[in-house]
Ligand binder design. Structure first.
Ligand code: SF4
Length: 88
């Protein structure tokens, strides 16, 4: 019991080390998946598959009658998106 009268559980350094190691494994796995997806998914595609690019791209599909709406990205995350970008 501490001097304040509150009982604290005993620290288990080995259990803490195992928990941290497990967390690091989980974060490493997440990072590897994110790195892999980042090589296929265009960085201009938002969560709703709308295009946020300020340049022309062959994958942009504008909705008829809604010119103010951002283009829908018609690209596949399985193909290299950079080939669709219009370059000068
Ligand atoms: S692939 Fe083209 S249309 Fe799709 S988000 Fe990227 S820039 Fe926009």
């Amino acid at each position: 019991m501490s001097s304040s009268g509150i009982q604290r559980p005993k620290a288990d350094p080995e259990a803490a080390r195992r928990s941290i190691a497990r967390l690091m494994d989980i974060y490493r796995d997440m990072s590897q998946v994110a790195d892999k997806v980042a090589t296929r998914r265009c960085p201009y595609k938002d969560a709703r598959s709308r295009c946020t690019a300020k340049f022309e791209c062959k994958n942009q599909h504008f909705i008829a009658g809604k010119p103010e709406e951002p283009a829908v990205c018609a690209g596949s995350d399985k193909l290299d998106y950079r080939l669709a970008w219009e370059q000068e």
